[in-house]
Design a protein around this ligand. Structure first.
Ligand code: ADP
Ligand code: MG
Length: 228
């Protein structure tokens, strides 16, 4: 399997309100192969969201190197980074933001429409993915008419629609009740596997995390194999 993403010796500090500095990441290494599903667990405040933002090329690092398909991210122009984020990455958040004035189907198609894909193709692909997440019968619903779990399904379909190289999910079940969380967990893994995408999912739910191909723990600023 070829290597998709590599993080090499990533360091990150934040300044504190009292004028000090706190180092959150202290030499994180991570390699991700094509088609791999990796979960990252760790205590609240351990730096999981920080690490995702860095991998998503949203936040600069203090030290270290990030490369996608062997190409260093520091060699990319701002425009190339934007393009990568639009085309090569998909995102699912704890409470994913959907466009309230658009239907479920339009929300899923949106990334393709923004990339100026052919409208008919965009809607066909959006329809296929809504089917994959079990929402065929909700295609014309506005987000406010959907349950929390259904909104997350729309977000998963939308994250998959542009056939991204990798999907990043930060606590995707964090705002759901236990039963919907279980549904979304299994759906997320099966949809990503069916579409042969790569997934990095951050969660504090060890049970959820253990179903990934590989589970890592962020602890004391470093990623270690398995669960602590
Ligand atoms: P997690 O997602 O694991 O809960 P985060 O990455 O959100 O952790 O945060 C890690 C630590 O960094 C926390 O202690 C948080 O308070 C701190 N932190 C996050 N963002 C900032 C920021 N912009 N400025 C200062 N401290 C921050
Ligand atoms: Mg977080």
């Amino acid at each position: 399997m070829s290597e998709l993403l590599r993080l090499d010796d990533i360091w990150k500090s934040y300044s504190t309100p009292s004028g000090g500095e706190i180092t959150i990441l202290k030499g994180v290494d991570l390699t991700l192969s094509e088609g791999e599903i990796v979960s990252i667990v760790g205590k609240s405040g351990s730096g999981k969201s920080t690490l995702l933002s860095i991998a998503e090329l949203l936040m600069p690092t203090d030290r270290g190197e990030i490369s996608y398909s062997g190409r260093s991210a520091s060699a990319l122009s701002e425009r190339e980074v934007q393009k990568m984020r639009g085309k090569a990455m998909g995102f699912v958040f704890q409470s994913s933001i959907l466009l309230e004035d658009f239907s479920a189907l339009e929300n899923v198609a949106m990334p393709l429409l923004i990339q100026k894909e052919d409208r008919r193709k965009a809607f066909m692909e959006a329809e296929r993915l809504l089917g994959l997440v079990g929402l065929d019968d909700r295609r014309d619903y506005r987000p406010r008419m959907l349950s929390g779990g259904e909104r997350q399904r729309v977000a998963i379909a939308r994250a998959l629609v542009s056939s991204p190289l990798v999907i990043f999910a930060d606590e995707p079940t964090g705002s759901l009740d236990e039963e919907s969380a279980k549904d979304i967990e299994s759906l997320m893994f099966s949809a990503v596997r069916k579409e042969r995408r790569c997934l990095v999912v951050v969660t504090h739910d060890g049970e959820f995390a253990s179903h990934a191909d590989r589970m890592l723990t962020l602890s004391e600023g470093r990623l270690v194999d398995g669960k602590l």
